[in-house]
Design a protein around this ligand. Sequence first.
Ligand SMILES: Cc1ncc(COP(=O)(O)O)c(C=O)c1O
Length: 428
Amino acid sequence: MSSFATAAELAAHLESEIVAGRRAPGDRLEPVRTAAGNLDLAPNTVASAYRTLAERGLVIGRGRNGTFVADRRPSFTVEPVIGEDTIDFATGNPDPALLPDLAAAIGKMHLPTTLYGDAPVLSDFEAAVRAHLIDPVGEMAVVSGALDGIERVLSAHLRPGDRVGIENPGWPAMADLVRAMLLRPVPIAIDAHGVRPDALAAVVGRLDAVVLTSRVQNPTGACITADRARELAAVIERHPDLLTIEDDHAGSISGVDVRPIGPGRDRWAVASSMSKALGPDLRIAALFGDRATIDRLRARQAVGPGWVSHLLQRLAATLLETSGADLERATLMYAERRTRFVAELAAAGVIVEAPSGLNVWVPVPDPAATVAGCIDAGYAIRSGDAFVMDDTRAVRVTTSRMTGPQAADVAQVVAASISPGRTHTRSG
Ligand SMILES: Cc1ncc(COP(=O)(O)O)c(C=O)c1O
């Protein structure tokens, strides 16, 4: 007789084993039917327990290969170790040489004193964002980066156990955040134009919120076109309670227009971050939304950090006002470096799409082998495993700083890892 009567009891037991280390990261759980037989439970009960563990990030389902104990560190923090002799094409960072000059901007800044009780949003910052970045109809708040804004919006509306649709593949930190808030991530398939309408339609009835990347989707570079925005809006039209969150984390270096679908809905937010264009260390983003969402967010912020420093808001406003030419140049350089690598891959027989941004997503049969091949050749790239919620196999290569010779070399190594018959000759 099984000592577990329900899926919840079995899930709790397995969780305690994982937490105690009796089941280590990478261990395979018994196949559903085997466990059901051993425990005298219905296969559905075991499958439901495994699903609960997967939603909580404790195990990873790899389709026919089975269900494995996850590495319990958030995947976002499991960054590749980059040795001294290894060139970093892994971390997704912008090129420091293409970020605007902070010292020059600080020199131009007028710095009046800000005191408790002053308005949290500096009007110059709001005006600069609306003039140079994005201008949706709606209220604006200032937050410490896109992820901070998204967390604040989720916590303004959702409770533990609620379901959040996120892109698959997608930015690992988003899945980590959703899980850390005890919400349940629901993967939604994407293509080169972002979330697929049919994939959203299949799950929308179960969702409390959905997070979409407007442009420069990470890892694929997908951008939501006007047609796609209309199709997605039609899918969510009959779900007025659904909270939509759009992540516009790299707007000013994307080279494409933004098409927010939230404005006009009951609950919506658009986060527009300065991290990729002006520098990740600024930790500042504009957060637009409906009145209730922004009021809740500001009220909560008021009893926490209070506001985002006016120093940062002034600096970001100055950079947005004065860096137009630099940002245009950066946009062109990122596009050139990305498309050059895509062309080198094509020349080596590997065809991929990379519509925008700093990264190229390359499907490969064995991500670990491709990563290892690159490390041997002196390049760090990222395995796609942290970006996917299914058994898709791919690697992410950051091209933001890649030179022409490096593009040719990395493309050869990646191609050789896909067709092991090929040999890679180093171009130096
Ligand atoms: C999709 C996506 N959103 C947001 C961010 C980070 O934004 P922020 O630094 O403003 O939190 C990243 C960083 O890589 C990202 O890939």
